[in-house]
Design a protein around this ligand. Sequence first.
Ligand SMILES: Nc1ncnc2c1ncn2[C@@H]1O[C@H](COP(=O)(O)OP(=O)(O)OP(=O)(O)O)[C@@H](O)[C@H]1O
Ligand SMILES: [Mg+2]
Length: 1005
Amino acid sequence: MAEHESLEFGKADFVLLDTVSMEEFMANLKLRFEKGRIYSYIGEVVVSVNPYRAMNIYGRDTIEQYKGRELYERPPHLFAIADAAYKAMKRRNKDTCIVISGESGAGKTEASKYIMQYIAAITNPNQRAEVERVKNMLLKSNCVLEAFGNAKTNRNDNSSRFGKYMDINFDFKGDPIGGHINNYLLEKSRVIFQQEGERSFHSFYQLLSGAPDSLLHSLHIKKDPKAYTYIKIGGQIKTSINDNADFKAVADAMKVIGFTGDEIQTVYKILATILHLGNLTFGVDGDVTLIENTKQVSVIRDLLSTKEENVEKALLYRTVATGRDVIEKQHTTQEASYGRDALAKAMYERLFCWIVGRINDIIEVKNYDARIHGKNTVIGVLDIYGFEIFQNNSFEQFCINYCNEKLQQLFIQLVLKQEQEEYQREGIPWKHIDYFNNQIIVDLVEQQHKGIFSILDEACMNVGKVTDEVFLQGLDVKLAKHAHFSSRKLSPTDKSLEFDRDFRIRHYAGDVAYSVVGFIDKNKDTLFQDFKRLLYNSSNPVLKGMWPEGKLRITEVTKRPLTAATLFKNSMILLVENLASKEPYYVRCIKPNDVKSPLLFEHERCRHQVEYLGLLENVRVRRAGFAYRQTYPRFLQRYKMISEFTWPNHDLPSDKEAVKKLLQGCRFDHDVAYGKTKVFIRTPRTLFSLEEQRAEMVQRIILFLQKVWRGALARRRYRRMRAALIILQAYRRYKVKSYIREVNRRFKNVQSMKDYGRHVKWPTPPKVLRVFSSWIFLDASFRWWAWTLIKGLSPEETLQVRAKVACLEALKSQRADLGLQRDWEGNYLKRDSPDTASSFTLISSMLQRKDKFMRVLFSCNVRKINRFHKTENRAVLITDRHLYKMDPLRQYKPMKSIPLYNVTGMSISSGKDQLVVFHTKDSRDLVVCLQGMVPANESRIGELVGTLLSHFKRLKRKLQVNIASPIQCSMNGRKCTIIVEPKINQSQPDFTKSRSGYILNVPGN
Ligand SMILES: Nc1ncnc2c1ncn2[C@@H]1O[C@H](COP(=O)(O)OP(=O)(O)OP(=O)(O)O)[C@@H](O)[C@H]1O
Ligand SMILES: [Mg+2]
């Protein structure tokens, strides 16, 4: 069964119909056609419905989908059957054939071309030039054969008017190496006559439409088809065919195939001769028959390269041998016309056969030695007319329908045989299958002495009267008792048959009435010997070569030529023998309507064809035993998810056991048989039930697979991330270690360095350490470095460092010069005024004794505001207990002392001035400006602030330090502000009264 197609498109295989009835068959066929599914199967037979529209199903991508696949793995398609035939040929070394049948316009030729195209596409992967050449020839030969063998009919614009069987030969590698074409029963009557609405063979119109003027001129013809009796009916028909372009394509194809220039010219000459022959008319003068338009004769002579009088003689006389004498018998005008038409038809038929022969010469396998090159295998493609039933059925239809009887017979035999063989192989008991055996009809036609063909031949050879009626009488006598034959004489009540004209055959496909009119003539197919000799005696070697029998003199021609019926019968027997020796594949084509519509499905029409093609019979035979069979592994592969014993893998001894277990589980055991390698399922319902269960399970499996796969993806992602993390960590560790190693190396000897490694540059830390490095390493190193520096300091130095740190903490970036670079001596009055230093020391010692201070924190000369708002020189001494105001002019006599615990804060400006305000608890702030420094521009504010802050800190007391401008203070309980203003020409700082307090003018420039 074809898979991958949902049931909405109907059943892809007719074998799976619920019941085998015409109604069900037709409903399924119609549904599939309407859904655009033009191909279906009956087992391994492809049923194809002509879509009458371009289908996008023959491209490279579709070819790839079918290449190497099994038949049931993809939806039904011609490619599937082509591949099956190719595989059988390549894998099993079997000769195979594809039989394409169906009525005119059903799509046989198109199908054969798609099959060839598929085979060409999948072979010769190594692009061997010779194989490519052969493939090209095989494909190109189609174009030439269609030009000469196809015509526009009322049923098909490109109807093949001959049967074609083409063998493609393959080497052991499966590449095409040549081919051979057999043609059957060309409808040559078309050369001289066509039905209304039909044309003669394409070649004539192509020549007239496409040939260059010079060629037309040399052939003595003109572009107008209406000028030629034989083709003038068809010449007026408008068609979609582009004769002009086709002429060039055919000429090119002939060149590519290898026709010589002379050969091609001869082909054109023959076509032109036929056209001219058609225009010949005969008349009588007394008792002499003559040609009325003698000018035509010289044209014909020219085209045939023979003598003019020979042409005329051949047309008007017939040479007859009576014993040893040879006499020339003049034709009547009727005989002359008959002869002329017979010549035209024969020349065309011979031309066609010669073309096929030439193509065969060229594509034939050459230099192939099976001992060296391996077995040469063959795929045959048969594109042959299907069953025909017209209003008036004549000799041609009889032959064609006989051919179909034979093919159907072969088909049923082979399918049955295959079926039987398969059952035998698989060890399944064979049940007799009832089917319509049409051997009886085949015999009715072809049997020696008793068959219709024999009776016809006998009638033709009759010494007395030779007429169609005589032939019918012969039939009536000899076949009177035959169950499949009747005539009006045998069943007088049957008014559908005419007396002395019709006979009816009960074909497997239905009853067909034939009219005997023309049977004798068509069977005899007489061509007077004179014409054969005329053509043989041409000086054109190509033409001469086409008529070798013309060599015989009249006295040498003893045997009657074989009749058309015998020739056809022989060729059919050969064909069937040939096909029977091969593994056959079938394509059955159906034409959905008569108007070439892609939408219309004419029920009755199609039903007819289904009947004629014996498709129901086909389904019945195929289903006779079992509707479906499959090898155990394949079956398991498709259905193993249905059973817990087989999913995902079974542990039974064999696949056969597993399939048994599976089917038992589903309770289908009664409907199946177990062969050696295959399981056979009797009814399609079982299969559908299996399919349904499978479809349900597949959904779950998909979900399960998705789950597992998603899990797998997540786990994979996790593992990758983890791996990345481990790598990352290892790398980081490595970077940190290298960094630490480098730090270690650089700082190893810092202790012994003069600056304790202050100059050593830190290496650039890795990214991971960048955040830490500043405070862990740098900070720690600074701390260590500072600690190393301060651990060797004296107590005095320690105090100084503490004071500087306190200063820095309080004033950093708030005042410019903090004096950090110099030594902080503190007790400057000793140094700045050496003259009065001794007095100060004396007073200082006195105060120490009196107030018991431990140490002098700071001393310095200052400017100060007095009670009268005047500025006067004073000095300040700050010990660890008091702040003394002293008068330098009176040997530093202490004027006022403020206990240090009364001091709450200090205010300074952010400028360079040396103004400082000591805030006291009692709001009697002391406002001074340090002065008299040596050197003069030394700034001591930083030192004063730092020293006091450090001292207060040690006492765990708070000292508020304000940096402000103007400075707010409280003098004797009165709030006032002090503004610092630099002033040019100011030699020393001076306070002047302002409205809100005081202005300190400092030297400025
Ligand atoms: N598969 C197809 N896809 C599209 N169009 C198709 C297909 N098959 C057939 N046709 C159309 O149907 C027309 C007739 O097909 P084709 O010539 O193959 O018929 P046939 O069976 O060979 O008839 P005949 O017996 O008269 O030679 C084609 O010219 C084409 O237009
Ligand atoms: Mg055809």
